[in-house]
Write a protein that binds this ligand. Structure first.
Ligand SMILES: Nc1ncnc2c1ncn2[C@@H]1O[C@H](COP(=O)(O)OP(=O)(O)OP(=O)(O)O)[C@@H](O)[C@H]1O
Length: 424
């Protein structure tokens, strides 16, 4: 592994000036048209200002009502926001929390706010560390909180002191809260005041796309959380269109063809009304136009960007699957392509094609039974649909399998695996 402290500028310098490196030469193409003017508006994680937030007024008002007491130095209510991915949960949580902080501060009430992505910080220690280090106001507390070497208990000790010294209230957003490996953190935070650990009001805004999350919490956590729940509904095509219209200025004037935003909205609405997907497809369509040196972003760029997004999503679904599983899916995809009249294929037919595929790349060929088991596993994951047929007279019943996703998408995705590339 490379030494962490290796300075890249120490590497052998073959190009005197960075601009001389042909790999990075931008070139002055007189016909080149700029596509983006403020691309950052389409970046994942960008928090748009309030004028760009569309169609969530009721939700913003509802969440704000729970946090409003902090403006009068009263305790806020805890909030739980559920909803499918890309429905604006994190956005609303962050937006309302920030506005609450500003409103309280204009009344001279200091409010601390922290955003924790629990997918990244999924242990009690990591969450406690992030919250403590973010809220630590060094000039007021004189604490220098270590990054490593102490456990959650010590972080909490610091935290309670920081809260007492620096704040009247604090709001902690726990995004993707279902990814936490331990719900004790919720107990610690929601009971801090009543258990006398801190004198500051603490509000938790928890966000999850798993509606069943609450049922998994233990009774003590549930009773201390006593939260207000909100469920965000997916966006329809009109709302998605509005959301993108409000970021149109990410592009240079006149480069978006008229049908680009409506088409992107229609595509994302079919998916399940995911605003993130819509914004990603729009950005990628622009990048494709840029790479092709086109002067406008067109419907074709959107369609290609949509396919790219689907291949990406399918790849995500296969993350962690072995190359053998990809051989099996490749075999099934090829069969479906070669024989479009047939809707589903028996295990033995897939096995035969799989054997040829594995042979071609000199990979180990698994037994038919193992392939059957792997197909059943893929059916469980929703990649394959397996149905039992009656079979003919004298034949027993057997399983037939078909791909759930479009064949082209599956092929593009599995062929990204370097072992399968040689099949092309
Ligand atoms: N109402 C809206 N107005 C403007 N932009 C929005 C709106 N809703 C979502 N977005 C944008 O869509 C993207 C996804 O939103 P967000 O991250 O809030 O979704 P989420 O529901 O938290 O999704 P996940 O569960 O996957 O985290 C962000 O870039 C966000 O800015």
């Amino acid at each position: 592994m490379a030494d962490e402290s290796t300075n890249l500028s120490d590497f052998d310098d073959r190009f005197e000036e960075p601009s001389e490196d042909p790999l990075f030469s931008i070139g002055e193409d007189p016909d080149r048209v700029d596509i983006f003017s403020r691309k950052e508006l389409l970046k994942v994680g960008h928090v748009p200002e309030s004028t760009r937030i569309v169609g969530r007024d009721d939700e913003i008002e509802a969440v704000a009502a729970e946090l409003r007491p902090i403006v009068r130095a009263d305790p806020p209510n805890n909030v739980m926001i559920y909803g499918k991915t890309g429905t604006g949960k994190s956005l609303v949580a962050r937006h309302v929390t920030e506005r609450a902080r500003r409103a309280a501060e204009s009344n001279d009430i200091p409010v601390g706010t922290v955003y924790v992505d629990c997918a990244q910080h999924n242990t009690q220690t990591r969450v406690a560390r992030t919250v403590t280090r973010t809220l630590n106001e060094n000039e007021k507390t004189q604490f220098d909180i270590p990054r490593t070497g102490i456990g959650s208990g010590e972080y909490y000790d610091y935290l309670w002191e920081i809260l007492d010294i620096a704040y009247d209230s604090a709001i902690i957003i726990l995004d993707e809260v279902d990814r936490l490996d331990d719900d004790d953190i919720l107990m610690q935070l929601t009971r801090a005041k009543e258990s006398g650990k801190a004198d500051c009001h603490l509000g938790v805004v928890a966000v999850s796309n798993k509606i069943e999350y609450r049922d998994q919490l233990n009774e003590r956590v549930k009773s201390s959380l006593r939260e207000e729940e909100f469920v965000f509904q997916p966006y329809d095509a009109n709302q998605l269109r509005e959301i993108m219209e409000h970021r149109r200025d990410a592009f240079c004037e006149g480069v978006l063809s008229d049908d680009v935003i409506p088409l992107t909205a229609a595509v994302a609405a079919q998916e399940h009304g995911d605003a993130r997907k819509a914004i990603e497809i729009l950005r990628h369509a622009g990048e494709l136009a840029e790479r092709a040196n086109a002067s406008r972003v067109t419907e074709d760029h959107v369609r290609n960007a949509q396919e790219w997004a689907e291949v990406d999503r399918f790849e995500e679904l296969l993350r962690g699957s072995t190359t053998q599983v990809k051989f099996i899916l490749y075999a099934l995809a090829r069969l479906s392509e070669e024989d479009p009249e047939t809707d589903a294929f028996s295990t033995s037919r897939i096995y035969e094609r799989y054997g040829e595929t594995a042979d071609q790349t000199n990979a180990t060929v698994l037994s038919e039974h193992r392939v059957y088991e792997l197909l059943k596993e893929q059916a469980f994951l929703g990649v394959v649909e397996s149905t039992r047929t009656g079979g003919g007279r004298g034949q027993g019943s057997y399983l037939e399998h078909r791909l759930v996703q479009d064949t082209g998408i599956v092929l593009k995705s599995v062929l990204r695996d370097s072992r399968l590339k040689e099949l092309v």
